[in-house]
Design a protein around this ligand. Structure first.
Ligand SMILES: [Zn+2]
Ligand SMILES: [Zn+2]
Length: 244
């Protein structure tokens, strides 16, 4: 009887719950990223403004790429993603997928193709699956947006970025991806990954696509590391979204 009323278990603490995901206590260990957001990277900002950027994006704008994440990176999310990636708790795909679906519908309704961030073949052999592919495939099934897992390849094994500083991460992953485009070139591409740390990986993917002529590249992740720092209004500095 109890198992009928509470057919699920909390993904963090394991107690029986009524619906897929977390118990009410464990939900408080996670924090959604909510607007106002940096127009590019999706960091939460201190005030509302059109095309407002965080300091990092104002200093180094990447106007053809935007990103949105579900949660701020913190201990609860770290634990959940660890279970997903390293404890093979694949069932979390559905829970995570629902959270990403909300972002996709809200921010990228124009999305036409999902591209999961690829793993290097060596890493794929070790793990046995690509978590980004699981998420992209789930989103594809729910939305009808196709996904492409063959055109973007990771040609350098840079998955273990560990605690490398941001600058080193960017140079390490800079040439790590190779994109063999399909024709006609896709538009409104959404890159899918689990965690955005410095953005080095997603930006390298976006650069690989952009180099072959793809514009309007977006990214969604489960969680983003939120750096300390302020924000800056640069409405007039950038013409966001303009294909160049
Ligand atoms: Zn719990
Ligand atoms: Zn930003």
């Amino acid at each position: 009887m109890i198992s009928t009323i509470f057919p699920f278990r909390c993904a963090l603490c394991g107690i029986k719950i009524e619906s897929l995901g977390l118990c009410s206590r464990c939900w408080t260990k996670t924090e959604f990223i909510t607007a106002p957001l940096c127009a590019l990277c999706g960091d939460p900002l201190g005030y509302w403004g059109e095309n407002t950027l965080c300091n990092a994006c104002a200093a180094l704008p990447n106007p053809f790429f935007r990103h949105r994440a579900v949660w701020k990176y913190g201990p609860g999310i770290k634990q959940l993603i660890f279970k997903f990636k390293h404890n093979h708790q694949i069932w979390l795909t559905e829970f995570f997928g629902y959270q990403m679906l909300r972002l996709l519908l809200e921010y990228y309704p124009e999305g036409r193709l999902l591209i999961p961030v690829p793993l290097h073949p060596k890493r794929l052999m070790q793990r046995g699956f690509n978590q980004a592919l699981l998420l992209a495939r789930w989103l594809s099934r729910r939305t009808g947006i196709p996904y492409d897992y063959s055109s973007l390849r990771r040609v350098k094994d840079t998955d273990s970025q560990g605690l490398k500083p941001a600058q080193e991460r960017h140079s390490n992953v800079g040439q790590a991806f190779h994109y063999c485009p399909t024709f006609p070139l896709p538009i409104n591409v959404i890159l899918v990954d689990d965690v955005y740390t410095t953005g080095a990986t997603l930006k390298a993917c976006a650069n690989a696509l952009k180099a072959k002529g793809v514009h309007h590249i977006r990214g969604i992740t489960l969680s983003k590391v939120i750096p300390l720092g302020g924000f800056k209004n640069v409405n007039d500095m950038l013409e966001l979204d303009s294909p160049s």
